[in-house]
Design a binder for this molecule. Sequence first.
Ligand code: AMP
Length: 279
Amino acid sequence: MKIIKSIKQMQRLAVSLKKSKSIALVPTMGYLHEGHLYLVRKAKSLAKIVIVSIYVNPLQFGKNEDLSRYPSDLTGDLKKLKSVGADFLFSPTHKDMYPSGFQTNIHIGELSKTLCGAYRPGHFDGVATVVSKLLQITQPDMAIFGKKDFQQYLIIKQLVRDLNFPVKIIGAAIVREKSNLALSSRNSYLSESQRMHATSISKALHSMKKACQSGMRDIEELRRIFIKTIELLRDVKVQYIEIVDRQTLQPLLQVQKGRTLIAAAVFVGKTRLIDNIEI
Ligand code: AMP
């Protein structure tokens, strides 16, 4: 696996590779886990060349968020990427990505106003801007995004449609621990007991799904299942639990099979975790 830091070098190489080989991009912020590796494996199965980017994008972090303490382990990441056969690791510097004088920002409309977007103003504009840059630099035929960040996945699909990027956006299922906790780099912030509490998020989502399958359709009744389960726990706070249309992310008045997403953001201590389930 080749490690590339320079934007120019990555772009030149990608332009030349693209002439004869298909390229898949897997954008990440590093501190890789099995969820990320699943995306890389999927990329490997779909394209000849796999480029994984590791870049903690300051544009997508709010003032009081965890940019300065975001976990990193480049040595561990390299080992993991080699083990799954990634071809290139692209990890640019901040100075190269946002040189002084940088002044362009992509603004996302309606899709960025619900769920996480309602609580993280500017977050998805920051994501859209960095992903646009990464797509320009790595010239992929396809890019793989995890459905753990379902809103991000939809927004990137919308972005490439709206701006005519010649790239296919592919969604990958959520990878979970045995306990069903969705894997996340941010799980590393959790203490042992917080980790236990965090497993209730997926359990509560699952209870909602089961209730739906047994015929419960009332949105408020369903949300109460989640809130009741989660708010019993010490040090845990629900930021949102929403039942939305899977394409527009607009709130639904009634659960509709095959069209519904239940999405949640929960603080466990100071750590903000997200998860979702499709119905
Ligand atoms: P991150 O490094 O957290 O920005 O994530 C990079 C990519 O990995 C994004 O497309 C995420 O949606 C995806 N990802 C993170 N965790 C998981 C998971 N548990 N299962 C599937 N994809 C994931």
